[in-house]
Design a protein around this ligand. Sequence first.
Ligand code: PLP
Length: 469
Amino acid sequence: MTNKNTNHPYRSYFVGLDQEVPLLDGTMQRYINFDNAASTPAFRCAQDAINQFLHYYSSVHRGTGFKSQLSTHAYEQARHTVLNFVGANPQTHTCIFGKNTTEAVNKLSHRFPFTETRNIVLVSGMEHHSNDLPWRSAAKVIHIGLTSDGHLDETNFDNLLDTYQSKVALVAITGASNVTGILNPTHRLAEKVHAVGAQILVDCAQYAPHRRVDMLELDNPAHFDYVTLSGHKMYAPFGTGALVGRRDTFEQGDPEYRGGGEVEIVTLEQVVWSEPPERDEAGSPNTIGAVAMAAAICQLQSVGMDEVARHEAELTSYAIPRLSKIPKLHLYGEMDPARAAERLGVIPFGVDGLSHFLVASILGHEFGIGVRNGCFCAHPYILHLLDVTDELALQVREQIIEGDRREVPGLIRISFGLYNEEDEIDALVEALERIVRGEYRGVYHQDARSGEYHPDGWNIDFDQYFKFC
Ligand code: PLP
């Protein structure tokens, strides 16, 4: 691999980028991570913040000692940092820490004030399952249609709002697709949502690490009522995410988890819940995770979200034409390199005649390149993009139920982080060209149950690389 960009300004901000990993032929190679849409590596500043903070780490909210006071201060500062990061007004919005976006959406689905007459949630057809399945058990879900290239069908959205009007309680939509990187016009949608008296949740798990989020003031019709974040997608993989949402929602009702840390008074007969956000943070929180998330946010802010977006657009417009030239390779979603700034650097593709399971396995085992393959927790969206017929979908469903995943439709996805470089894209393109030409060395066997391909002779002792004691 050539090293055109060894002076890349951001690589030094990260932990582990120079880590070498073993390949099938026994050699070692610097790992190339193109799986940032799943989880990102850690910012060094997040690791440093934790190391520094651990010297003072103690219980939050309950202790009177200095360390407890400082820990409580750090935890509350982290909350403010998150609120500030998404442009939320602390008077009207609160930040509830939890594990991740999945937990945040589930929480909102339990806490949202549905009524007898306002109980429809409009969910887009491109959602990650985490912003779809929780709603199915909380309300009546209607899916918003998509265009053939995977964008939101805004005409269908308008029609649904028009048809259901005051029955719509909430629109739950992602800021950016984790499959195609397509951005949704969320502020424009918010205006339409508020015009019928409904509210909007924008899933920012994918969006926030790459673009500036601005929830806006509540009196602005384009505001967001709720957003979700996952620390492990924004360079702080220490187990914390956040739900930022309207205080008035969380001032009402009972929390879905009950226990310590969220009550004013408990008698044997009665409970008086705390005000938000404590009401929705039962038990001892992940203070370390919150500290790391806030440190990562500070780093992103110091780079500047415009710069983050610029760097990513540069990589995307570099990658698209090069990937497009590879014979038998098909890109999905937005394919115009000139529009790279209008989408995230998340690029899905398929290769004619080669299973997505196989391509991803060869990239990992023979080229040290980490990608993701499959359906990316967005099964309906993938079936739509691949134009899978109902008949085939049914057939595959039956095969999966019988324990055979070999024919599961899917794609291969690369997704960029702040640290990726053009020479890594060159290495990927070269690897894919070789794979397409059949120039890979391993002999691969597919496991029917998982669908995954494993090469002969891959006997790795992981303890050699990492073990606890
Ligand atoms: N929403 C989107 C758009 C995602 O990409 C993901 C994860 O990939 C999630 C939600 C779920 O995030 P988490 O796994 O952090 O809960």
